[in-house]
Design a protein around this ligand. Structure first.
Ligand SMILES: [Fe+2]
Ligand SMILES: [Fe+2]
Length: 245
């Protein structure tokens, strides 16, 4: 048996060594944590930059379509604002997804393929002209087809002229077969079309536009979406028009 004093001394030394080791491991862990925090922060910043450049690209595309049409002006931006407001009133979380807004902004991108003579014809379109005009929904979807990150947005582009009763185009979807974002968009688009001046008629008042949309709930429009518009007050809708004219 060894000297108890020496043994105690050895145990103390061993204990100190272990404590030092633990302290070193602790410091190591803290360094890892700090590195991770820094990496996350950089990653978040990069993701934000990426999102910003997506938004800028989408806006540039939307503006390219609008630049042709002096009458509709900033239609895409107004419609996107209306649609987001209606989405919130409807209670869907869709409004928080930037994808939906991209789809709203790009809805008429397919009009790049519609000749000016048809796009700006003040008289009613004949059968052949109308079918050319109606192709813009499918053409728009085809333009964006391979852009994977626009998945949800593409549904709005393709289906923004479907009708609740199945009488729309291009796929004659009905009711809830139509993606919700497209059902919401249809109401917003009509609201803006009605309240905007056209070469052949002045814009209607908000009150008249509301009546027209309510009268087409259940045929052209999803009744729940039309109701959501009914819950928005005039001031909020007027503010959109004032901001984007
Ligand atoms: Fe359209
Ligand atoms: Fe539109």
């Amino acid at each position: 048996m060894g000297d108890p004093t020496t043994e105690l001394e050895q145990l103390r030394t061993e204990l100190r060594r272990r404590e030092a080791e633990v302290a070193e491991q602790e410091r190591q862990l803290q360094r890892y944590a700090a590195d991770l925090r820094e990496t996350f922060k950089q990653e978040r910043e990069r993701a934000q930059q990426l999102r910003d450049s997506y938004v800028a690209t989408v806006r540039a595309l939307a503006n390219a379509v609008e630049a042709r049409d002096a009458y509709t002006g900033r239609h895409a931006e107004r419609v996107a604002s209306y649609a987001l407001m209606i989405a919130r009133a409807h209670g869907t979380t869709m409004a928080d997804d930037p994808q939906a807004e991209f789809g709203f902004l790009l809805h008429d991108i397919g009009k790049v393929a519609v000749p000016d003579a048809i796009l700006f014809k003040p008289e009613p379109l004949n059968e052949a002209e109308r079918s050319l005009m109606e192709r813009h929904a499918l053409v728009g979807w085809e333009i964006l087809r391979d852009v994977d990150w626009l998945a949800e947005a593409k549904a709005v582009v393709r289906h923004h002229h479907e009708r609740w009763d199945g009488d729309g185009y291009p796929d004659r979807l009905a009711g809830e077969e139509i993606p919700l974002a497209a059902r919401i968009f249809a109401v917003a688009d009509t609201l803006d079309a009605l309240t905007t001046d056209r070469p052949y008629r002045p814009g209607r008042s908000l009150a008249v536009a509301r009546e027209i949309i309510a009268a087409h709930a259940g045929t052209q429009f999803d009744p729940a979406v039309a109701e959501a518009l009914g819950r928005l007050d005039d001031d909020a809708l007027d503010a959109v028009r004032e901001e984007h004219t």
